[in-house]
Write a protein that binds this ligand. Structure first.
Ligand SMILES: [Zn+2]
Ligand SMILES: [Zn+2]
Length: 132
């Protein structure tokens, strides 16, 4: 499938894969325009939407300005900094029993396809900033 992507789409995908911070469309654009001169932000938005439709990337959050993009599509959890908005991958597995998940899904009448745990708080660099 990747062979069918345009050079612009491949560049966008590469920026996402190289990033650990789940960039916004604006941040992807700021990176990708170094390698693809002349690419416009509207093109970046369109490519991100297409990659998401093809399940090659994941979108976290909604609203065009606040959505964050993730090249890692397998199940993983996130920690979110409520001060600066950084979204981090949790590098360890969070243990959750399948029974508890199934019960939660039943309680909401949701036929579960996936789930995630999200940790909210203050990230390391914001903690450092608070100290000074
Ligand atoms: Zn932070
Ligand atoms: Zn992630």
């Amino acid at each position: 499938m990747e062979d069918l992507l345009s050079a612009n789409a491949r560049a966008v995908l590469e920026v996402l894969r190289a990033s650990k911070s789940h960039p916004t469309a604006q941040e992807v654009y700021d990176e990708v325009r170094h390698v693809r001169r002349g690419i416009g932000i509207a093109t970046v938005y369109r490519i991100l939407r297409q990659l998401a439709e093809q399940d090659m990337i994941k979108v976290w959050g909604s609203g065009s300005g606040s959505a964050r993009y993730d090249a890692c599509t397998h199940q993983h959890d996130h920690a979110f900094c409520t001060e600066c908005g950084t979204l981090l991958d949790v590098p360890v597995a969070i243990e959750l029993s399948l029974e508890a998940l199934a019960e939660a899904a039943r309680a909401t009448s949701i036929e579960m396809s996936s789930y995630e745990v999200r940790i909210y708080g203050c990230c390391n660099s914001c903690q450092e900033r608070r100290k000074v």
